[in-house]
Design a protein around this ligand. Structure first.
Ligand code: AMP
Ligand code: GLY
Length: 423
């Protein structure tokens, strides 16, 4: 079948790489893609949020399935757009409906869903400009640190964790009254702080049945020892060593199953990935957040460990027959290290020629922010390349990635040298 994948990051290169291993994928388009996807599929330069342009492409190329990488088109309702268009109705979109995407698009929606379905999460309340003073009082009832979350999408920057009460109250006013994150912080969720170690659980669902994909842990901060600014992710490890059978059973029975059952009970159409951000507090898992897509760079370790045919899984999602397929997972560890542009996540330069890619051996290079210019691969984003390796242990896999990164070079290249340090 002919498939269109929307997105342009390392996640999309990894999804494209995996889909192309399927005999069911005869042609793959990626919009807009990067230099990595260009080397294995056909890139089309359209914006995934321009649904009309997506429609024209789908009709012109007889595309039979659309897989959505990032959250933006989902939150904007691409699933519903297809459902409501006579010419597109029969073409499956892998990703949730607009209302389902609110699990990521609105922190308040997600918290209400969690509470309604009795899924463990931090205690919370939410506030608006009108109730800002009540919010300041609510803060006095909590123990520090204080967790403030902008309700809407804020490019991963909308969560503040603050030690000092007065400062937390000041920031709450900044978010609600001074619109610190624009309309995304028109509402703010204030949460109890949970002290534990984070991990992510990935689920593929057809809205009724689900499959639990491999767990992963990512490293969000730019600096070694988890210091400095938040990024999209600087590396990832799968499986998560401390996610043993006992913890996984708790995650599945208390969190995954109630989530999928909850979607069904609430009549929320959902055919796609659910990325559940968890925190393990004294061996009890709590949900920190839902995302309605795969993680990046987590996809770059989850997809290499998936041995099942991804396109067949997607077809089963579309026909709600996921209960009839088996999931096979590679028992080895996979790790990925993100190579980024100097300056990221703040200002950085683009267009730097990347050398040494042809010398990588025994690792998989997934492109993130890259482009082709005069037949050369150049940097085109903050996160540039993810180098993924397998190993019998995660330490062995990480070592292999670092050996291969040593062969790469571009001006002001940076990567964290301590991925996995806390495991
Ligand atoms: P989120 O965007 O909701 O994933 O939050 C970003 C980060 O803030 C998470 O990855 C956690 O490290 C941290 N965080 C969010 N909520 C909490 C919480 N209730 N307790 C402790 N840390 C949290
Ligand atoms: N790596 C975190 C995310 O994709 O949201």
């Amino acid at each position: 079948m002919t498939i269109l994948l929307l997105g342009s990051g390392g996640r999309e290169h990894a999804l494209a790489w995996k889909m192309l291993q399927s005999k069911d994928c005869s042609k793959l388009f990626v919009a807009p893609g990067n230099a990595g996807t260009a080397s294995i599929a056909v890139n089309v330069n359209i914006n995934p949020n321009d649904f009309e342009a997506v429609k024209q492409l789908v009709l012109a190329e007889n595309i039979e399935m659309v897989v959505v990488g990032p959250e933006d088109p989902l939150v904007k309702g691409i699933y519903d757009y297809f459902q409501n268009d006579e010419a597109l109705q029969s073409i499956p979109v892998i990703g949730p409906s607009k209302i389902g995407a609110q699990l990521e698009g609105s922190k308040e929606f997600a918290k209400e869903f969690l509470v309604k379905h009795n899924i463990p999460t931090a205690a919370y309340d939410s506030f608006t400009k009108e109730t800002v003073e009540q919010g300041c009082v609510f803060l006095t009832t909590l123990k520090p640190p204080y967790v403030l979350k902008a309700d809407g999408l804020a490019a991963g920057k909308g969560v503040l964790i603050i030690q000092d009460l007065a400062e937390a109250q000041e920031e709450l006013r900044n978010m609600l009254v001074n619109e610190k994150f624009g309309s995304a912080s028109a509402k703010v969720v204030i949460e109890e702080f949970l002290d534990g170690i984070e991990l992510s659980c990935f689920v593929l669902t057809d809205g009724k049945n689900y499959k639990v994909l491999p767990t992963a842990k990512d490293y969000k901060r730019i600096g070694e020892g988890d210091t400095g600014l938040n990024t999209g992710g600087m590396g990832a490890v799968s499986p998560v060593p401390f996610a043993d059978a006992v913890l996984m059973e708790k995650i599945e029975s208390r969190i995954v199953k109630p989530t999928i059952d909850g979607l069904q009970k609430d009549g929320i159409p959902y055919k796609g990935f659910v990325f559940i951000g968890l925190i393990n507090v004294a061996n009890e898992p709590y949900v920190i957040e839902y995302n309605v897509r795969m993680g990046d760079p987590e996809t770059e370790v989850v997809m290499p460990r998936l041995q099942s045919d991804l396109v067949q899984l997607f077809k089963a999602v579309a026909t709600q027959t996921l209960d009839q397929v088996d999931l096979e997972i590679d028992p080895r560890s996979a790790t990925t290290i993100m190579v980024v542009s100097g300056g990221y996540p703040e200002d950085y330069e683009k267009g730097k020629v990347i050398s040494g890619l042809e010398n990588v051996e025994g690792s998989i290079v997934f492109h993130a922010g890259t482009a082709l210019k005069d037949n050369q691969v150049v940097t085109n984003g903050g996160r540039v390349i993810a180098v993924t390796s397998y190993g019998d242990s995660f330490q062995e896999a990480i070592k292999k990635s670092y050996q291969n990164i040593a062969k790469l070079n571009f001006d002001k290249m940076y990567f964290r040298k301590d991925i996995g340090f806390d495991l």
